[in-house]
Design a protein. Structure first.
Length: 117
């Protein structure tokens, strides 16, 4: 397993995609931590629901997208590790997907904070 992981991270595209995804998620957590005290007790987190109180969630709900994105990073890294030997392009596509999900999570959190403040 270690040999395969070493081969996986020897690929610069996969290495930098994974590292950038983790950095973006860390920045998302820092953004939440910086503004946590000044945020109102409820936030409009579920914008796809009809207008009303169902759209609102507590401040801790901002951690849900970060947790989901982190689990996608871990899951895609595991799957990339499994398919890298046979399909290197698929492993790279999973890494780009991970990077996209992390970036969209950061944008979501930034927009929620910007909307409220």
């Amino acid at each position: 397993m270690k040999e395969l992981t070493d081969k996986l991270f020897a690929d610069k595209t996969i290495l930098w995609g994974t590292v950038l995804s983790l950095i973006i998620l860390f920045f998302s957590l820092v953004l939440i931590a910086l503004f946590y005290r000044v945020l109102p007790p409820v936030l409009p987190a579920f914008n796809q629901l009809p207008w009303g109180t169902d759209r609102l969630a507590g401040r801790l709900a901002l951690l849900i997208p970060v947790g989901i994105a982190f689990s996608i990073v871990v899951g895609n890294s595991i799957v990339s590790n499994m398919v890298y030997e046979k399909m290197q392009v698929a492993a790279r596509m999973l890494t780009f997907t991970t990077l996209l999900v992390s970036t969209l999570t950061l944008i979501f959190i930034f927009r929620i904070i910007q909307l409220v403040l």
